[in-house]
Ligand binder design. Structure first.
Ligand code: ADP
Length: 474
């Protein structure tokens, strides 16, 4: 893979996308705020213009009442001149739309009499508004139609140049402000995104620096408990676990190599003797028997390893059936009676009848035999080994193997369940270090557990807890 293809595409980076979102949201919000302000401002201006026009209509109405139509006609001319004939105009009409007086109209020629608006007058409260755009300057004009006497309508219009000026100014302010907002939000967005993602970069750098041989590196933690600090902490803890795992895999492979080496060396020794020395048939037979014995031990070890790893991977192939635990324990105990007798060990058991568990009988027997084997193996001559089976209130059957053996150093209380672990003091006793690991794996496969309680120099109690079925199977 080339370096270039490994470089993250700028447009796909989270920093870039965050910046884009930040700038986008900031700009859209600003646009909405501007639009709202524009709408409110133009609305207010228009309402003010409408109020001015209505005020004019009321004034005309008063003048007509006082001075009649002639007075109003004169007022139209005077008012327009006073305010500016390009700014305002007045027309007086009959209800049929016929004009009978007006101010100077040459600037307002585009504005005709809107019959629609006149018809509307009867439905509204006596006045109607219209907005015109006068060409060629697109001059916006607000026009009012209003009854100022029983049969006189006033049409008056006012140029909304103030509004046009406002819109012009608004456009300038809007474009400058928006330009500034877009640039500002993009720069600050980029700054914030980079600052927020700096921790992620640190984690990436650390992950890249880690290799099989170098697992020591850790991401610096800020301690301020934010999301990135938690991520860094989780990442560091994951590295701790990987480091422990790799260490135990290394130890395990060292142990495997060591444990395979001794029987293989012995097998090789027998073969060499058979090749080099001339011996009688009985000795050859004995050597062949020893070879078979060593090979069986090796095979047994390999099979046990396979059972443990398959069970741990969830592929143990256990077949669960209701099993009478009481019978299973009694039968296993009977098998070990000769061993106990050989060592003059007082071997007793106390097992209630009819206690059922859902189990793979063969596997459970194997686990229990390992516990018995250890108890009898590590207990010195004339010691005691006792097996009992109890039912607890949580629905568990508890198989306990108590011995008066050497006990277990508290430091190794958990270690003894690891594959190939053998306490220093046990090295002189034959064994593979796999028995307890297998027994615990089997207990766990049965949704149970295996623990030990021990006092150094006094003895140990291995306790295997399994969920029991209290319905006997016929
Ligand atoms: P092995 O017995 O083949 O060495 P195990 O996995 O059965 O392997 O046991 C692991 C270690 O735990 C043993 O080497 C021994 O040190 C310790 N151990 C197991 N059972 C007992 C016991 N009953 N009393 C004292 N130590 C024990």
């Amino acid at each position: 893979m080339s370096l270039k293809s490994m470089m993250p595409d700028l447009f796909k980076t989270i920093a870039f996308r965050l910046t884009l979102w930040y700038a986008g949201i900031f700009s859209v919000s600003s646009c909405v705020a501007f639009a709202l302000f524009y709408f409110l401002a133009t609305q207010t201006l228009q309402e003010q213009t409408d109020r001015d026009l209505l005020e004019k209509a009321r004034y005309f109405s008063t003048v007509i009442q006082r001075n009649g139509i002639m007075g109003a006609s004169k007022l139209a001319v005077i008012e327009a001149q006073a305010a500016g004939e390009k700014r305002i105009f007045f027309r007086l009409l009959y209800p049929n739309g016929e004009v009978f007086a007006s101010s100077h109209m040459s600037y307002w020629q585009d504005i005709s009499i809107d019959q629609g608006a006149i018809r509307l007058l009867s439905q509204t409260k006596g006045h109607a508004f219209k907005t015109w755009i006068i060409k060629p300057h697109d001059q916006k004009t607000r026009v009012l139609y209003s009854f100022v006497a029983a049969n006189v309508i006033l049409q008056t219009g006012i140029a909304m140049d103030f509004q046009s000026k406002f819109i012009g100014a608004f456009k300038t302010v809007f474009s400058v402000a928006m330009g500034f907002i877009v640039i500002f939000s993009a720069v600050s967005g980029l700054f914030l995104a980079r600052k927020a993602l700096a921790g992620v970069k640190e984690i990436t750098r650390t992950a890249n620096a880690i290799s099989g041989a170098n697992l020591e590196k850790r991401v610096p933690e800020t301690g301020n408990r934010d999301e990135l600090d938690l991520l860094a902490n989780t990442f560091n803890r994951m590295l701790d676990r990987i480091q422990d795992l790799i260490k135990s895999i290394r130890e395990m492979s060292d142990n495997i190599a060591h444990d395979l080496k001794s029987p293989l060396t012995r097998i090789r020794g027998f073969a060499e003797i058979a090749l080099v020395h001339k011996d009688d048939l009985d000795n050859y037979r004995a050597m062949a028997a020893n070879t078979i014995e060593e090979s069986d031990r090796l095979l047994d070890m390999i099979n046990t390893m396979l059972v443990i790893s398959k069970a741990e991977a969830g592929e143990g192939g256990f077949v669960f059936k209701p099993v009478n635990l009481s019978v299973l324990i009694q039968e296993a105990c009977e098998l070990f009676v000769p061993v106990a007798e050989d060592k003059k060990i007082q071997f007793t058991h106390e097992v209630p009848d009819q206690l059922y568990v859902e189990a793979d009988a063969r596997m459970l027997q194997r686990a229990f035999s390992n516990l018995l084997d250890n108890a009898l193996k590590y207990t010195l001559e004339k010691g005691r080994v006792h097996v009992d089976l109890l039912k607890d209130s949580n629905g568990f059957a508890d198989i306990r193997v108590t011995d008066t053996g050497p006990g277990i150093d508290p430091a190794y209380k958990e270690k003894i369940f690891e594959r190939f672990f053998r306490a220093e003091s046990s090295r002189s006793t034959p064994g593979t270090g796999l028995g307890l690991s297998l027994a615990r794996t089997i207990a766990r496969e049965h949704k149970g557990e295996l623990f030990v309680e021990s006092q150094l120099g006094k003895g140990s109690i291995f306790s295997m807890r399994l969920p029991y079925r209290n319905i006997p199977v016929i």
